[in-house]
Every structure is written in C-alpha cells, then in structure tokens.
Design a protein around this ligand. Structure first.
Ligand code: PRX
Length: 649
C-alpha cells in the first residue's frame, strides 16, 4: 500500500471499543470529568498527586517555569527509594511480593517489600563505603536480574545518579556513556542469558574500562554458574569486587538521604540526530509524581494485580514502569530475564499463566512477532487472568492492535496505547482504560494534566503536522547532561516555550492523537531508538568506507530496519563479504540492535547542490517507491544509477 493509502485507511479506522462494562465498573477511574478537573488547574492537579508521596519537607512552589527550564515542587525534600520501598513496610505490604523474577533458564526468585528493602539498604551501604556520595554517577550494565532494580534503588537511596546502559550495547557504547557521565562505579554481571547463550558482560565491561579513567570500582554480580568457564571472567585486584562478597561483609543498611525535589535522580542516554547519544537528565519529585500517577491510572493498578512490563531496565520504560512507577504504588512486579521465543515461542504466555499476570505491557514489534508465530502459541495457555493490555514504543498498526485485542485479550481486556519518550519520563498520551473509547492505532488523548497539540512548522494548530507539548509537565527532562545548549536547540527551538518531541501526528474528529512516527533522523527499530548518524559514524569508522548514509526501511515486524548506502574508498571493491564485515563492524561499535539489514554500495550519494545528503530519496529507493522530487539534486543521474543497482539487488 502506498504511504498515503496507508494513512487514509488509518484515519478511516472506525472500529471503536468502549471500556468493557465489567472493567469499567471496577476501574479506579471511570468518570471522564477527570479531564476537565485536571485542565482547570493542572498545577493544583499535579500537586494533589505529589501529596500522595512522602515528603520530608513540603514544597513551597508547585512549578517554577523559566522556559525551557522547569522546576517542580520547589523546596520540597523527599527520597525516591523511601517512596518505592520503605514507606510500604508499615502495614500489610511488608510481606507482599515486590518483585517476582524468572531467569531465562527457569530459575526463580521472589522478594517481598521487606526483602527488597533489606537488600537495597545494604547495597546502598556498600556503595557508600566505596566512596559513592550524593550526586556521584554510577553506571549500571546488567542483565534483567533483580540486582538491576536493587542497584537503581540503592543509588536513589543515597542520592547517587544512576546511568543504566542496556546490556546489549557494545563496549564502545558503554565506554562513551561512562565517560560522558564521569561515572565512578560500574555495576555489571559476569554474564547474562539470551536465547540459551551467555552474553559476556564482564568481558565487555573490561574492554570499556580501558577507556574510562573515572571508574574506581567495578562491582560484579555472579549471574551465571561458576561452571560457565567460557566466560573467562577476570577480576582486576583492587578495582573489581564481587557483589556477593560485598553484601556478605557489610553490616546493615543505610537510611534514605533526603533529596531536593530537583536533585538529579538519573541520566539515561538516548539517540538523537547527531552521532553522539545524549544524556537525558531526570530529577526527583516531579518524575516520581508522574510515574506514580500514570502507573496507577493508566494500568488501573490495584493491590492484588500481578503486573508485567516486558521492557528491559536499560530503557526508560524499564525505569518508569518496571521500577519506579509500580513500586511507588506498592505493586507486585514480575520481571523476566530472557527472550520471548526461548525455549519456545510460548514462553511469555507460559509466564502469564504461571504467575497469573493481570496487567501486561509490551511493544508493537513484539506483538507483530507473536502474530507471525501464530495463534497456536497463546492458545496453549490459560490467559484468563489478564485484564488489561498495554503497548509502547512505536505506532501500533490496527491489525496488530486487533490481534492483541482478540487473541491475547480475548476481547475482554482494554488496550492502552501509550505515547511517551525517554525525555518525557512518563506516559503522556494514552487512554484511561475505564474511561476512554479506544480505536485501533491511536494513543487517544493526553493524560489528565498534560496538554498537547498538533502544530505546523509555523506554530499554528493543524489537523496534521508535528506533535507539540504545550505546557511543562512534572516528569519532563530537565536538560541534556553537560550540554544545555543541545537541550534548548533540540526540543525548544521550533516554537516559543513549547516542547517538540520529534514526532509527526494527526488528529481525527474525536480529537484523538494518531502518532505517525519520527520526523527527524532518528530510526525506530523494533521499538529501539537509533540515530542515523550514529550508524553512519560507525560505518565510516571502518577504514574502507568513504561515506555512508543510513535510512529506515519499512519492516513487517520491527517497524523499521536499517538500510545503509555506502561508498568505498579508492582501491576497495564492493562484495558480500565486505557488506557482512561492515554490518559486524556496526554491531561491534554500537550493539546488535543497530545492525544494518541492508548495505548497498554506491559510487556516489544523492546530494543537494550545497552538499547535503538527501536521505528522503534514499528512503524512497530503499522502500522501493517512486523517487520524489529530484530537482534540487546536484546530479540527478546518481539517483537513477542507485535505483538501478537497488533493483538488481
Ligand atoms: O516516535 C515515538 C515512539 O518512540 C519514541 C520515543 O522513543 P524512546 O525515547 O526510546 O521511548 C520509548 C518508550 C517510551 C517517540 O518519539 N513512540 C513511543 N510510544 C509510542 C510511539 N509512537 C507511537 N505510538 C506510541 N504509543
């Protein structure tokens, strides 16, 4: 289907799904009046949410807004770890499961709030003994094990700023992030499981630490059996320490450090339009307020739910909706280490049945993979405990939405399609499951207290254009670590005092928002954000490559895949081997998520007369479309030759 054809059919989507009556009856929120109430005074509204947290000292001002810098709950003091754990210990949640975990090999662990508290308080003590002080940065490079959550919460407890790096990133990517943040301690594991093989995390960390002078200590969690000799873990005396030794030797925990509402909680790196990932900075009071509010209302979270978000803690979804939001609500969180198709394609549904999962939150790319694997997999398991489903990370196509609704939700479960970003910290546009009539493919309306619009380049409100967030919100990023200028330039320069998220969107007659995807040079591959320039830099880092241009190419399961157009230096000939080696080079530089699916060699790239590569034309070629306007090209012949090569395969 052509681009416009697909868009038209999307906008004529008229299947409507009001909240199922039994769901609505029991929902925490079922009255739409809540939207008007919030809109009448958003600051007062957010302040009511903030008041649900425990504060050591109250704030004196809800919002100080000196665009583009916002401060929320100014003057207030609180601690995130206290709010996620300690405050639940008084009362029946003390013995409630906080974390239920299953490893890929099938090993399991359960931690009550009491048990989680004990580990976190002790580990916070360990960190402090190693000299980690309030404001110091701690890098975390772990598989999906409970220690990832423990490490994050322990940092929050003593006011250290964590920077979690997804375990799939390469040593180079890890090193760049450690150097940028100036992290003092790195927490990693010997290895982690992925589809039955062991990922050598400590070895990767060793390679990274060759370039990270700021690291004083590396703490290593023993995840794999000591018989896993293939990992060949080496501990450097003085620098490297085993987590279990430190935890055994430490006496007791440390109390929570009272933090200013605007103290930094964490840095999380994400891809932008330049080659260098940016460290998105989140702070304390506003972030936790919005995480708590959205987790409770969007997921209709109740005391006896078993909640599972399938993200990795290395991404923002894992931060806000595995750790901070659910634990702030005293929920039971299920966490799984491995892949959905290991040892077979029924693993997720087996886990839903085994643990009685009631709320399930995943990504459209996963749903499309499940669709492809067939209904027979979910059909083998009892999914009757599920009552609410969510998606995040990219636009969900109506077919995938319907499949999710019918096959996984058995037509009983509302679906919340949640739009947000690393930068927004928490959910921004989403249905409220007991209120909103949903339609397949739209994230519907801004969460109460959030204001968004669709705008033209010139800033007028239009039916189709750019998504804009028009008022500050509590969990917004505060800056880019070490680069406030980039913060202003990237998000706040399009329109005055308005946040530009980088997404295109349309609205419909109900005023719903249909998010159409990125309008900048950022790709979304299987729900992962990757900058075209990052991949291009990795390619030109190879000594044979003269120039590279990377574009996204539509992909049935991943949403997009990476296509790279490469020109080689004099004396190097294109070949399948070279293409494979270049793909591998990108994997080594960035990580497997950035592997180009297609490399096309060319003697020239289409450029404007001022020398700018025309990626739009390359995308037309990669997606097999008629090539758009070429009149601004310096040499239109280039495109014809490229197209010919592409068609020849
Ligand atoms: O393009 C939007 C897309 O994911 C981008 C944010 O990516 P990241 O910072 O990695 O965070 C992902 C998880 C919050 C957005 O700019 N996106 C996210 N959710 C949706 C979405 N696009 C459409 N619909 C969504 N529900």
């Amino acid at each position: 289907m052509s681009e416009t054809g697909a868009l038209d059919s999307l906008l004529h989507e008229d299947r409507r799904f009001p909240p199922p009556e039994p769901f609505r009856r029991d929902a925490l929120i079922s009255d739409p009046a809540i939207y008007d109430e919030a809109a009448a005074d958003p600051e007062a509204w957010w302040a009511r949410w903030a008041a649900e947290l425990d504060w050591y000292e109250p704030w004196h001002t809800v919002l100080e807004w000196t665009p583009p810098h916002a401060k929320w709950f100014v003057g207030g003091k609180l601690n995130v770890c206290h709010n996620c754990i300690d405050r639940h210990l008084e009362g029946p949640r003390r013995n409630k499961a906080a974390l239920i975990w299953e490893g890929e090999p099938g090993d399991t662990r359960v931690m009550t709030y009491y048990g989680l508290h004990r580990r976190v308080a002790k580990f916070a003590h360990v960190l402090r003994n190693l000299g980690v002080e309030k404001g110091d940065r701690v890098a975390i490079y772990l598989p999906m094990v409970p220690e990832a959550a423990i490490a994050m919460l322990a940092c929050a407890r003593i006011g250290a700023v964590h920077s979690v790096v997804f375990g799939g990133f390469s040593p180079d990517s890890l090193a760049d992030r450690i150097v940028d943040a100036g992290a003092k301690v790195l927490i990693t594991a010997d290895g982690g499981y992925r589809r039955g093989t062991l990922i050598p995390l400590k070895n990767n960390a060793d390679r990274a630490m060759e370039h990270t002078p700021s690291i004083e200590h590396c703490i290593v969690v023993a995840r794999t059996p000591s018989t896993a000799r293939e990992l060949d873990v080496r501990m450097s005396a003085g620098r490297d320490l085993w987590y279990h030794d430190l935890m055994r030797d430490i006496e007791g925990g440390v109390p929570c450090e009272p933090m200013d509402s605007e103290d930094n909680l964490f840095i999380l790196y994400t891809s932008g339009t330049t080659g260098r990932p940016k460290g998105v900075v989140h702070t304390t009071g506003g972030y936790l307020t919005q995480c708590q509010a959205t987790t409770r209302w969007v997921f209709d979270l109740k005391e006896d739910d078993r909640y599972w978000c399938t993200a990795d803690v290395g991404w923002i979804t894992g931060h806000s909706y595995i750790v901070y939001g659910p634990l702030a609500n005293g929920a039971t969180v299920f966490m799984y280490e491995g892949a959905p198709d290991w040892p077979n394609r029924g693993r997720f549904w087996h886990l839903c049945e085994k643990y009685g999962i009631t709320v399930f939150y995943t990504a459209p790319t996963a749903i499309r993979a499940f669709m492809r694997w067939g209904e027979e997999w979910p059909a083998k398991y009892d999914l009757s405990q599920l009552r609410l489903l969510g998606t995040v990370g990219e636009p969900i196509n109506p077919e995938a939405w319907m499949w999710y609704h019918e096959v996984i939700g058995e037509k009983r479960c509302p679906i919340v399609d949640t739009w947000w970003q690393t930068e927004t910290g928490a959910i921004m546009i989403t249905p409220l499951p007991g209120v909103t009539e949903t339609k397949p493919g739209t994230a519907t309306r801004p969460f109460p207290g959030i204001e968004a619009q669709i705008r033209s380049e010139a800033g007028e409100e239009v039916k189709a254009g750019y998504l804009a967030v028009t008022k500050p919100w509590p969990s917004m990023l505060r800056t880019i670590w070490g680069d406030d200028e980039r913060f202003r330039e990237t998000y706040w320069s399009k329109w005055p005092d308005t946040y530009f998220p980088g997404d295109g969107a349309r609205t419909d007659d109900d005023g719903y928002f249909w998010i159409l995807g990125r309008v900048d040079d950022v790709l979304n591959v299987a729900g992962h954000r990757i900058g075209t320039m990052e991949v291009e830099s990795a390619l030109v880092d190879d000594h044979r490559v003269a120039e590279a241009a990377v574009v996204g190419k539509k992909h049935d399961v991943k949403g997009q895949s990476i296509a790279a157009f490469v020109t080689l230096k004099e004396g190097h000939e294109p070949s399948t081997d070279t293409a494979d080696e270049l793909k591998q080079h990108v994997v080594e530089k960035i990580g497997a998520i950035a592997r180009p699916e297609l490399i096309l060699f060319t003697v020239d790239l289409p450029k404007t007369r001022s020398g700018k590569i025309m990626r739009r034309l390359l995308q037309d070629i990669a997606e097999g479309r008629a090539v758009g306007d070429t009149t601004t090209l310096a040499d239109p012949e280039v495109v014809r030759r490229l197209q010919q090569r592409y068609e020849e395969g």
